[in-house]
Design a protein. Structure first.
Length: 169
């Protein structure tokens, strides 16, 4: 295993830990429970590590959150779809705004819609409609993407972003 792989796994592990611990904090916004840390981590993972690491990290964080009783089954589609789309879009067009849009659309719209069959079948929520989860997912992911803007801008200003990008790519 190369040093680059070890570095990527280390950063991935740290970001998953941040996502799991960050799920303890939520902000009430417009009647929705907004937990933005996972979405911030999705953007950071997609930009720094790539789409497949971001997808794996979304799964790992969701699994740990569920095992620890900090999340629900709806964490899987939201975090995984958003992280993957964010990473794929950033890989295709390496501009940060593209990554933010990928996270917001992937989690907020696609992840919200993908949560419907999970809620209806596995969680016995027969009253859930197809677009039930989209508004709350959108609120959470927009706040998380906005936080990642501040984090990535700070990393770019201190040249840490290019150092990390060079060490991890």
């Amino acid at each position: 295993m190369s040093y680059k792989s070890i570095r990527k796994l280390t950063v991935a592990g740290l970001l998953v830990a941040v996502a799991v611990v960050g799920s303890l904090f939520s902000i009430p916004v417009l009647g929705a429970k907004c937990s933005p840390v996972q979405h911030m981590v999705n953007v950071l993972a997609a930009v720094l590590l790539g789409p497949w690491y971001a997808l794996g990290m979304g799964f790992a964080a969701s699994l740990l959150r569920n095992l620890l009783g900090l999340g629900s089954l709806l964490a899987f589609p939201g975090s995984m779809i958003g992280a993957l789309l964010c990473g794929l879009l950033y890989k295709a067009c390496p501009k940060l705004p593209v990554a933010y849009v990928g996270e917001v659309f992937g989690t907020g719209v696609l992840g919200g819609m993908a949560s419907y069959p999970i809620a209806a079948t596995l969680m016995n929520n027969a009253t859930a409609a197809l677009f039930t989860f989209v508004p709350s997912f959108l609120v959470s992911t927009v706040v998380g993407a906005a936080i990642s803007v501040f984090v990535l801008v700070a990393l770019k200003r201190t040249n840490t972003f290019s150092t990390l990008e060079g060490a991890l790519r």
